[in-house]
Design a protein around this ligand. Structure first.
Ligand SMILES: C[S@@+](CC[C@H](N)C(=O)[O-])C[C@H]1O[C@@H](n2cnc3c(N)ncnc32)[C@H](O)[C@@H]1O
Length: 282
């Protein structure tokens, strides 16, 4: 990406996060049910000592960090961060609901962490790095603030063709001209889908990769409306495009989806597969 495209991407990505934060709060509980295997993998593989200081990047509603700090127990401490103040507010409310006390919430861009070198024992980042303008820089920053021997666990989405819960709506909108086709080099949910490239990115940032695995997931939706509401509430640029659709076009999109989602219908609902790539590195 040129500097201008990168800056424009950062601005848009920030604005979108601010806009969709209430949607993420609405769907938090259902999303957490779907991605529980990813959250559990990341917390388990973090393998931090009791009493550790854990940093969560791009935390959104923050559940991964809350679960990690509860698992570590004792005087473990969490720094829950996101570059979007609105997302961080969602996390603050969720933390209060869970009664998490030993947590500090900070608005931080993962690409420019204002934290001391070697200052944390573990880092979590779920579905964050691949959306950043410069994931390589964010990983270098992560390595800098993580003390030697400390672990990073991360999750990104696997290959687009194995995540139809997302690509069915994306291709419907691109075909209908309601969403521009992807621009070369601009981040997408699938920018880090390749295990080989993600491993290489981690190593280039100074990490030793401990493991990279796949975690299968399943999204369940009652009907097309339920699916569309989820997407319009949470799905980044797709959410923005869906919210702008005039009613007749919205109806045409829903009809197209009814067709496209048919293959996932089981027992009166849609069960749509997804795949996450998870990694642990130190
Ligand atoms: C797909 S959401 C994932 C939220 C949460 N980690 C989860 O798994 O539910 C992506 C999050 O990354 C945040 N984000 C994107 N770019 C960021 C950056 N450069 N620095 C910090 N946060 C960022 C967004 O604000 C958003 O909360």
């Amino acid at each position: 990406m040129t500097n201008q495209v990168t800056d424009e991407y950062r601005r848009t990505s920030y604005e979108i996060s601010q806009t969709i934060a209430p949607g993420w709060e609405r769907w938090r509980s259902r999303f957490e049910t779907v991605v529980a295997p990813v959250r559990e993998w990341m917390v388990r593989e973090l393998a931090s000592p009791r009493g550790a200081t854990v940093l969560e990047l791009a935390a959104g509603a923050g559940d991964t960090g809350f679960e990690a700090v509860r698992a570590l127990g004792g005087d473990a401490r969490l720094i829950s961060t996101d570059f979007s103040p609105a997302m961080l507010d969602v996390g603050r409310r969720r933390g209060a609901e869970l009664g998490i006390k030993n947590v500090e919430f900070r608005v931080l861009d993962a690409e420019y962490l204002g934290l001391d070198t070697d200052s944390v024992d573990g880092v979590l980042c779920r579905f964050g790095y691949m959306l950043m303008a410069d994931p390589a820089e964010a990983l270098r920053e992560t390595r800098r603030v993580l003390r030697p021997g400390g672990r990073l666990t991360l999750a990104v989405w696997g290959a687009a063709e194995r995540n139809p819960f997302f690509t069915v709506i994306a291709s419907t909108l691109v075909k209908g001209g309601q969403l521009p086709a992807l621009r070369e080099g601009v981040p997408t949910p699938f920018s880090m889908a390749s295990p080989v490239q993600t491993k290489a990115l981690l190593e280039a940032a100074g990490f030793r990769v401990v493991k990279v695995e796949e975690v299968p997931l399943e999204f369940q939706f009652r009907d097309v409306d339920d699916y569309l509401r989820f997407m319009a509430d949470t799905a980044g640029p797709l959410a923005v495009a869906l919210r702008k659709l005039p009613q007749p076009e919205g109806k045409a999109v829903a009809a197209g989806l009814e067709n496209a989602l048919g293959i996932f219908e089981t027992g009166g609902e849609y069960k749509i597969p997804g795949i996450a790539l998870v990694a642990a590195a130190s």
